[in-house]
Design a protein around this ligand. Structure first.
Ligand code: PLP
Length: 443
């Protein structure tokens, strides 16, 4: 990858941009974690991104370990994706009618995950999980949803209870504006606790429409499923006539060619009833999807009684970006993602250990995150464990990295995202920044 080519840099500082933004956008942002609330300071206002780098309004370049929170597996502005978008845009931005690229993208998803027999394209992960829950309720005639504390499934009312991601970052219990009745239809259990799942299903299983889980949680920091956990969820849900929704919005087509299911379900021989995908399927444009068995998916309108629709669903430009991204994401891309993540995780750990900072680097495939503190160091298996870490060490670590030109997720509860464009030059820049950041975290 190469450094960004010079672009016209608006004559302004990040501080000036933030002040201006706060005058018109609540908190100066359109998605909460971007506001740097838990690390303090001024968010960087980005004007361009290429390969492993992003550039802010002041012309400073950073190695990017956020990668748009997941989509950018090929790196930013990959030539094949940009060309596909430009071509599609030139042919029209939105049709509001079927177009061939939608079918191409859905077929590519099914090629990678055969249990995705039918696919409904939507625009955000939130829409995908919201529709999956509605479909599960419509198909089972039941109302309850079981989720896990620390798992984030977008900002669907029924799924915000003890959600990770920005809800964790802001230390909110859920959200104002969610009705009591909606929250009452959601049962929240500790992650990785099979006994708790067995007990709830034994007591109320006949009322449960869906059990929804992140395939490998990465919104409370990375907390991998214990061996056999997902398989047991599939078994328990089936035994009680409930549907298992595996949320692969974050893991799908990032941790491997067939997502987390490819790493685990395919090997162990289980499939969820419904999948949700997002992020990588749009290659940086707004595309997400839900998918599953024919008889279930055909309960969606127009074939069935479960309503779902979208003005921009299957948008031709967005689906062109997703298709180009998946087509470029071959075995060498996944091999590179794994190599980059393995090296970075090891280097971070070594730098923190050298400064005597108790920590653990938790991994799930090529996703990883750092959890600080002696309590975390033995390994974190649920949300309570993630919250008990030394959260305060993240802000000095984050800012020391930023000062040295490395952009990390501005929350300790988020995974670090790498891309196949993170070459050794970019990685060396990260590694050389680590000692000073580890020292800052130790203070
Ligand atoms: N599900 C998971 C596992 C996610 O990580 C996210 C977003 O981070 C979502 C759902 C929601 O997706 P979106 O932000 O596109 O609505």
């Amino acid at each position: 990858a190469t450094s960004p080519t010079p672009t016209a840099i608006p004559a302004a500082t990040n501080d000036a941009q933030f002040a201006r933004a706060r005058g018109v956008l609540p908190g100066g942002v359109d998605s909460p974690v971007r506001a740097y609330g838990s690390v303090g300071g001024t968010p960087r206002f980005l004007v361009s991104a290429r390969g492993p780098y992003v550039t802010d309004v002041e012309g400073r370049e950073y190695v990017d370990l956020v990668c748009s929170w997941g989509p950018a597996i090929l790196g930013h502005a990959h030539p094949a994706v940009v060309a596909a978008v430009q071509e599609a845009a030139a042919r029209g931005l939105s049709f509001g009618a079927p177009s061939p690229t939608e079918t191409d993208l859905a077929e590519e998803i099914r090629r990678r995950v055969p249990a995705a027999e039918r696919v409904r394209l939507v625009s955000t992960g939130t829409e995908a999980t919201m529709t999956a829950v509605r479909l599960a309720r419509g198909a089972t005639g039941r109302e309850l949803v079981v989720k896990f504390a620390g798992c984030y499934h977008g900002h669907v009312d029924a799924l915000l209870a003890q959600a990770g991601s920005g809800v964790a970052t802001l230390a909110l219990p859920g959200s104002a504006g969610v009705t009591v009745s909606s929250a009452a239809e959601t049962i929240v259990l500790p992650y990785n606790d099979l006994a708790a799942v067995e007990q709830v299903f034994a007591e109320r299983g006949e009322h449960v429409a869906a059990l929804i889980t992140e395939a490998a949680p990465a919104n409370m920091g990375v907390v991998p499923p214990l061996p056999g956990f997902n398989a047991a969820l599939a078994r328990i849900a089936r035994a009680h006539g409930a549907l298992l929704i595996q949320d692969e919005v974050l893991t799908g087509f990032r941790v491997g060619a067939s997502g987390w299911w490819g790493l685990e379900g395919q090997v162990e021989g289980w499939v969820p009833d419904l999948f949700t995908f997002g992020k990588v399927v749009g290659g940086g444009m707004p595309v997400a999807a839900l998918a599953g068995r024919v008889e279930l998916m055909e309960r969606l309108a127009p074939l069935g009684p479960v309503y779902q629709a979208g003005t921009l669903s299957g948008n031709p430009v967005a689906t062109a970006a997703g298709l180009a991204t998946l087509r470029a994401a071959d075995a060498s891309v996944y091999a590179r993602l794994d190599t980059v993540a393995a090296r970075l995780g090891d280097e971070v750990s070594a730098a923190l250990s050298a400064q005597g900072v108790a920590h653990v680097v938790q991994r799930a495939g090529n996703l990883f995150s750092v959890m600080f503190g002696p309590d975390a160091a033995g390994g974190v298996r649920d949300y309570a464990g993630a919250q008990a870490q030394d959260v305060f060490r993240h802000a000095p670590f984050f800012h020391a990295m930023l000062e040295q030109g490395v952009s990390l997720p501005p929350s300790v509860f988020e995974a670090w995202f790498v891309s196949a464009a993170h070459d050794d030059v970019a990685l060396d820049r990260v590694v050389s920044a680590l000692p000073a950041a580890a020292k800052a975290a130790a203070a």
